[in-house]
Design a binder for this molecule. Structure first.
Ligand code: SAM
Length: 355
């Protein structure tokens, strides 16, 4: 990655190892959307390997500041190493925290209002490629899947303790797994023989229950692993809280940039931006607006941004990346800037007076 290595110029070898291991997706697009500037304040809610943070640091030279969050202590350790490498270490402040709490963290760090918030969801290649973290069905390891491996129940706890019906619902809801009932029944049968505590054993159980790999592009355990990871980390709940928090700490003109990797996440982001950028949220069959809803965001792009074929060829992980961007509205300019405005009672009265 060019980021800090380029910023230093004279010390690329020291910073390079921090960045090897996870290729940031849609890097140019993220920078264009956030438009970092000198003196700006940014929050990267998902530091990971630091690729996006490095680019923001570089473009916001000489004094742009970033608070970088991650639940994973390893990512925060990498961020600490990166900060120590910077000519002005205070420009990067790493904090081990859930991005669900980003508004609280930003206020505590006296960084409000922020000029930009970035969320690059999911997991990093560091996590996927480390068998001990238990995210990958292709590598054998403990069935863990926690972004913060020191807190909360593991995926193995869910797999071994949830009632069959709840397990099936979880696989269907968070993995959109059509064979959820069959897979849940197989898990319950197998766990009565011996606790399921490894990724390889779970992958085999799921694969056998789902009828094996034949004719499939993806591994039969893909959806099950996604569902368990989402549930283990309450990913969708954290995302919703992060979006709510981001809007409350962004400066007018500040940007919210979110990269999702599956439709469940993207749906939440898309609906949130839609809701926050509309002037009326009354039921569609209500002829007169009574909600007095004030839009707080404006969509900067109507369509989601996707990786180019060239990026996908270089980094296959970017194939499923979906980026959405919105701009925080100025409180005083909010009315009438959103995307929908149904007739309000006040509009009708004004029109009546004009007639
Ligand atoms: C896709 S990686 C980010 C990669 C990063 N943008 C880069 O350029 O290297 C996602 C990161 O978000 C972290 N993460 C996931 N959910 C989180 C949450 N709720 N709060 C904080 N960090 C989270 C993961 O631990 C992981 O390191």
């Amino acid at each position: 990655m060019s980021g800090v290595a380029a910023e230093h110029g004279d010390r690329p070898a020291e910073t390079e190892p921090l960045l090897v291991g996870h290729a940031p997706v849609l890097l140019a697009e993220v920078v264009a959307a956030l438009a970092p500037r000198a003196g700006g304040r940014y929050l990267d809610g998902t530091f990971g390997g630091g690729g996006h943070t490095c680019a923001i640091l570089e473009v916001s030279r000489p004094d742009g500041r970033i608070v970088a969050l991650d639940l994973d202590p390893e990512a925060i350790r990498r961020a600490g190493g990166l900060a120590a490498e910077l000519p002005q270490p205070h420009r990067l402040h790493p904090i081990q925290a859930n991005f669900a709490d980003l508004a609280t963290v930003a206020r505590a760090e006296d960084l409000v209002p922020l000029d930009g918030v970035l969320l690059d969801l999911g997991l990093s290649s560091f996590q996927l490629d480390t068998p001990q973290r238990g995210f990958a069905f292709r590598l054998d390891g403990p069935l863990d899947m926690r972004f913060d491996p020191t807190a909360g129940p593991t995926a193995a706890d869910l797999v071994n303790e949830l009632p069959e019906r709840e397990l099936a619902d979880l696989l269907f809801r968070f993995g959109e797994e059509p064979r959820s009932r069959r897979i849940a029944a197989a898990i319950v049968r197998e766990r009565s023989r011996a606790t399921i505590d490894s990724t390889a054993r779970l992958a085999t159980i799921v694969s056998n229950a789902a009828g094996g790999r034949r004719g499939r592009e993806t591994h039969p355990a893909t959806r099950t692993f996604q569902a368990l990871r989402i549930a283990t980390n309450d990913e969708l709940g954290a995302l919703q809280r992060a979006l709510d928090g981001a809007v409350s700490v962004l400066a007018p003109g500040g940007h919210l940039v979110v990269i999702s990797f599956h439709s469940l996440e993207d749906r939440i982001v898309k609906r949130f931006i839609q809701l926050e950028s509309t002037t009326c949220i009354c039921p569609p069959d209500q002829p007169i607006c009574t909600c007095d809803h004030q839009p707080r965001l404006a969509r900067t792009t109507r369509r989601a941004v996707r990786a180019t074929p060239a990026e996908i060829a270089e980094n296959p992980r970017s194939r499923s990346a979906i980026m959405r961007v919105a701009e925080r509205l100025d409180e005083e300019l909010e009315s009438g800037v959103g995307t929908t405005h149904r007739t309000t009672g006040a509009d009708l009265l004004t029109a009546g007076r004009r007639r």
